[in-house]
Structure formats: structure tokens, C-alpha cells
Design a protein around this ligand. Structure first.
Ligand code: AMP
Length: 595
């Protein structure tokens, strides 16, 4: 029931008083976007005026935009690495931030093969919490009755390490789920999860997923929405059900928990949930044993109104799979965030994935926009535009200044302006710069792929064989998805050509060369399948060029695409495959950094 008109919002009638306040807050922030941005910049620069970094650029406590922009350079992670390394090594002096760095957030973006370390401060948790608190009030505008049931969300923590100076380094969501903000959240009827905290906080990914699925099955009649952070996570959960339903059904039938669940607090909590329910077990087994899994989500969770997963950016590749499993349920992309800073939310979350736009909340940090010209690879960092001055239809790279001490930092995301809500712009997420391949959180760029091919092809030298051309493809038709690398080989000595075994080892050598996020996905999260090399016939890449030229590419400027997605090109490549090879084992991965 909507609350009375005194509390009404231009976004729509709020579902309750708490929602009215949240919607009011969104209105205030977006109406006064420029003033809020000025205040945020002033706060950041004033409180950090005595930091080594700002003093180096002689900001002298000045906090107006012009001085800030003229003195502080636009930087990338690599530029900040010396400062970040000193903080990681234990230097507690105010280098970037006047407030103590509370921990490092490990981004899925990498630098030299390792996760980037993003410094953060305690109060940033409050800012993230604030953005989270706006999501359900917006969703309630579009989907009534979410207080009448629960959400089945597959949420996970990942491993954490300590830097040499003793600071924790872990992903932002691990930090959030382990915080009191999450663990001791007050009961909110609009935001009740089927997964107990003990399941979400269990570091073993199998035990965590198993118990979250089990709880979701027990409460199948209450589930109104299903979610994971990214689409890949939800697809993986369905695959998990496909593999483990006999044991899950057995547990439900007997009321006894699978002995593979050994985490003590989790066992204790599950003990309070488990009960024998042969009828439910029959139902689950009856649905899951069918050959056809089309619409399985709505068959098992019949009251599901929408899927809450990010399907923008690289995750768009999972839309057909999710549609298949859910019978085309709406897919809500609710927010846009990164380890560096949480940016904003989708004010129309039930829209089609292709229409998703995120409204940046001006209170989260200070935002600038570097005009992006897709014809040149690197736009020069001059003439950055303020939040309220971006133009509809244009593309920009996001540059942020945060409370935690990043100043004019290039995030690497390319965004296109689609419109405004009040004076706050709304952005379509176009892509992340330089990402060639991505299955889950992994992001592999062209240089990393090139290095991996070079390292693997060393194994071919003794066979007088070399890789003359290659391209790649993120294959998400398998679950989990995997990297496919097409190789055209030049074999100079046909009597001594590389064996299957050698080519399999090449797959592993490539995986060993890829970055830590990729290898973690392979080893710890099981979110990426074994890398595959498909050897194509000689002349295939020439045919590829002919095809591109027939479609208008210039012969002089033609470059082999290092990643392909276009169906006719994939068909051409696949029709020329002579042999295919998979990584025979897992690559090396430990939570510790290699350097
Ligand atoms: P991380 O640094 O690991 O926290 O990853 C943050 C990055 O994930 C962002 O910079 C984006 O590239 C991507 N990302 C986050 N939210 C979204 C979204 N809603 N749609 C598309 N990409 C996103």
C-alpha cells in the first residue's frame, strides 16, 4: 500500500515511509547535482589538504574546481603504484588520505597480472550502505508486494590476504558482507534473504553454494526474486543445481545435512532449518530429473517476479541463458559500482537490459568525464567535463576523486549519456576499456592474451612449429564458460609435429600466464572452465581477412581481430577446426600475490 501524498515522490508513490525518505534523498541529490559535487570536492580537498599527495601538487588547502583541475594530474593505477605500495608496506603517514586507510579492496581489474589494491577508509562503508539503502525503495515503485516474500540471492565471500604492512586486502563485497552493516542489518520486510549469514560467510565456495541452494529450495514458495551480483553467478547456481540436485533432494527427504558440509557455525544454523520433507524432495527431484531445463527457475520458484543480476557490459552475454532458464523473466540491473567507489543506481530497474541507464549519485565522490573518441585509442586527459555538463549521446571515460584518497583517477569504464534525472546525468555502460575476454570477474586484455600465446608457443619450438595467427572467443555456451583460442600453426617438419599432449600443455601454459583473477576463477571459484585451443586449417585467417574485406574493411588497414563475437566469423572459424585441445589441469593460484 502506497503511503499518503504528503510523502509522494516524483519517481512514484513510495511503498512505505522509509522508502519515501530514500526517494526524497534521490530527488534532493539529483536536483542539486552541481552544488552537491562542489560540496563533495570541497570536503575531500579540505580534509586531505595535509596529505603528501595534495601537498606535492601545491594545492595548499584550496578547494575550488579550477585550481584543483589545473594542479592535480589525471592518473591511472600505475601512476599511483609507488604510493599504494608504501601504504601496503606499512607507511601510516597521510600519503593519500588524512583518514587512516582501513584496508585495501582488491579490484578485479589487474596491473602486471595482480589485482589492483584500492585503499579505502572506514566511513566509505557508510557511503556504500547508503547507496544500497536506495535500491529497494526504487524497486518497490515497480514491483509491489516484495514484503510478502523473500529473495534467494547467491552471495559469496572470497579469500583475503594481508599486505606486508598488515592491512587486509579483500574484494569489496567480502568486506561488506563481513561488516556489521550487513551482518547486523535490521529486519526489513522488503529485504529478507533465504540465505542465512552463516552460508554467505562460509569461505568454502561449495559449502556456501550448497547451503544457499538448500535454503532456497526449502523456501521455494516464498521466493519472489532470485539474484546474484553478476549474471554469471546466477547461471553458475543453476548449473550447481543441475549437478547436485540428487544430494539436495536426499537432504530434504531425510532432513539430514550432506556430510560434506563441515563448517561448524553453518552446520549449527542449518540444523535449525533442516527438516524431512519428502513431498518437497519428490517435487525437486521430479523437476530436476527432466531432460528439459527450460523455465526451471519459474518451475521451482513459481512466484519469482524478476531476476536481480547485472546483465550490462560483459555480462550481456548471459542474457539468452538466463532467458532460457527463467522463461524470459525481467532482469533488473540495479546498481553500478566499483572497488574504487560506488557510483549510482538504475532508477528504472525493470527496463530492458539494452535500455539500462545508471544515474550517478553526486554525493558518492567527485566525478569528471573524459570525452572518449572511439577512433583514437587514447584520448588526452585535458578538457574533462563536470557531471552536470556531459552531453546526451556522447561517450566519456569516468574519472573519480574519492573520500578515500584517489584524485582524478581513471576508472577505465566508457559510459554513454542517455539522459538526465533532474540535473544528474544517466549513463549507459558501454564497456570497460581494453577488455578482450571476460567470463566472470576476469578481464583479459590484448597484451595479456598476446603474452599468454607467446609463452605457450615456446612449447612448440622443439617441433619446429610456430603460431602464425590467433584470435579468441569467450564461450559462454558451456557452464562455466571458457576461453577459446583459435590457432593457425606453421609446422615446418611434418614428421615431428606437436602431439595432442603438447597442445594440451599449451592450453595450461596459456592459463599459467593469465592474470590472478582468471586463475582464481579457475581454481577457487570454479567460475571459468578449462581453456581450449582450436587449431584451424592453414589459410583460415586469410579467409577471415577476405571476409572482412568483402564487408568493407580496407586491405591496408586490416588487422586480425584478437577477439571475435560475430556469429558468421565464428562459424567460419569453427568450420575450419582440425583439432581441439583443453587444459589438462588447473593453473597455479594462491591468494598471496606473486610480487
Ligand atoms: P571491481 O573493480 O572488481 O569492483 O569491478 C568494478 C567494475 O565492474 C566497474 O568498473 C565496471 O567495469 C564493472 N561494473 C560494475 N557494475 C557494473 C554494471 N552495473 N554494469 C556493467 N559493468 C559493471
Amino acid at each position: 500500500m502506497a503511503v499518503d501524498s504528503v510523502l509522494s515522490s516524483p519517481l512514484g508513490p513510495p511503498a512505505c515511509e522509509k522508502d519515501a525518505k530514500a526517494l526524497q534523498f534521490i530527488e534532493e541529490m539529483t536536483r542539486n547535482a552541481d552544488a552537491v559535487q562542489q560540496r563533495v570536492l570541497d570536503e575531500i580537498l579540505t580534509r586531505n589538504s595535509q596529505t603528501e599527495y595534495l601537498k606535492r601538487f601545491k594545492l595548499d588547502g584550496v578547494s575550488d574546481r579550477e585550481t584543483f583541475k589545473s594542479r592535480i594530474p589525471v592518473v591511472t593505477y600505475e601512476d599511483l603504484q609507488p604510493e599504494i605500495q608504501r601504504i601496503a608496506n606499512g607507511d601510516r603517514s597521510p600519503i593519500l588520505s588524512a583518514h587512516p586507510i582501513s584496508e585495501f579492496l582488491t579490484s578485479s581489474g589487474t596491473s602486471a597480472g595482480e589485482r589492483k589494491l584500492m585503499p579505502t577508509i572506514k566511513e566509505e562503508l557508510d557511503r556504500r550502505q547508503l547507496l544500497y539503502s536506495l535500491l529497494m525503495p526504487v524497486m518497490n515503485l515497480y514491483v509491489p508486494g516484495l514484503d510478502k516474500g523473500k529473495g534467494l540471492y547467491f552471495l559469496f565471500i572470497k579469500s583475503e590476504t594481508k599486505t606486508p604492512g598488515g592491512l587486509l586486502a579483500r574484494p569489496v563485497l567480502t568486506s561488506y558482507y563481513k561488516s556489521e552493516h550487513f551482518k547486523s542489518r535490521p529486519h526489513d520486510p522488503y529485504n529478507v534473504y533465504t540465505s542465512p549469514n552463516e552460508a554467505i560467510l562460509c569461505a568454502d565456495s561449495f559449502q556456501s553454494m550448497y547451503t544457499q541452494m538448500l535454503c532456497g529450495l526449502y523456501e521455494r514458495e516464498q521466493v519472489l526474486r532470485l539474484g546474484a551480483v553478476f549474471a554469471s553467478g546466477l547461471v553458475r547456481a543453476i548449473r550447481f543445481l543441475q549437478l547436485h540436485w540428487p544430494q539436495l533432494a536426499h537432504d530434504i527427504r531425510t532432513g539430514n545435512l550432506n556430510p560434506q558440509i563441515t563448517n561448524l557455525s553453518l552446520c549449527e544454523r542449518m540444523g535449525k532449518i533442516m527438516r524431512p520433507n519428502p513431498e518437497l524432495a519428490d517435487f525437486v527431484a521430479g523437476e530436476c530429473c527432466k531432460e528439459n531445463w527450460e523455465g526451471i527457475i519459474t518451475r521451482i520458484w513459481p512466484k519469482t517476479k524478476y531476476l536481480d543480476v547485472i546483465v550490462t557490459g560483459a555480462m550481456a552475454q548471459y542474457i539468452p541463458t538466463l532467458d532460457y532458464y527463467s522463461g524470459g523473466l525481467p532482469k533488473a540491473c540495479t546498481m553500478y559500482a566499483a572497488s574504487e567507489c560506488y557510483f549510482g543506481l538504475n532508477l528504472n530497474p525493470m527496463c530492458k537490459p539494452s535500455e539500462v541507464s545508471y544515474t550517478i549519485m553526486p554525493n558518492m565522490g567527485y566525478f569528471e568525464f573524459l570525452p572518449h573518441d572511439s577512433t583514437t585509442t587514447n584520448s588526452s586527459p585535458t578538457n574533462l567535463v563536470d557531471l552536470v555538463d556531459v552531453e546526451v549521446g556522447k561517450e566519456y571515460e569516468l574519472v573519480i576523486t574519492t573520500y578515500a584518497g584517489l584524485y582524478r583517477y581513471r576508472v577505465g569504464d566508457i559510459l554513454r549519456v542517455t539522459g538526465f534525472h533532474n540535473s544528474a546525468p544517466q549513463f549507459h555502460f558501454v564497456r570497460r576499456k581494453n577488455v578482450l575476454l571476460s567470463i566472470d570477474a576476469d578481464k583479459t586484455d590484448e597484451a595479456e592474451l598476446q603474452k599468454a600465446v607467446e609463452n605457450a608457443s615456446k612449447l612448440l619450438r622443439e617441433f619446429n612449429t610456430s603460431v602464425v595467427e590467433y584470435t579468441s572467443y569467450a564461450d559462454t555456451k558451456t557452464i562455466p564458460g571458457h576461453y577459446v583460442i583459435y590457432w593457425e600453426l606453421l609446422m615446418k617438419d611434418l614428421k615431428n609435429s606437436p602431439s595432442d599432449e603438447v597442445l594440451n600443455k599449451c592450453c595450461l601454459a596459456m592459463e599459467e600466464s593469465l592474470n590472478t583473477v582468471y586463475r582464481q576463477g579457475r581454481v577457487a571459484c570454479n567460475s571459468i572452465g578449462p581453456l581450449e585451443i582450436r587449431v584451424v586449417k592453414n589459410g583460415t585467417f586469410e579467409e577471415l581477412m577476405d571476409y572482412a574485406i568483402s564487408r568493407g574493411a580496407s586491405i591496408n588497414q586490416y588487422k586480425v581481430p584478437r577477439c571475435v563475437n560475430f556469429a558468421p566469423i565464428l562459424e567460419l572459424l569453427d568450420s575450419r577446426v582440425m583439432s581441439s585441445h583443453f587444459s589438462p589441469s588447473l593453473p597455479q593460484w594462491t591468494p598471496e600475490r606473486r610480487r
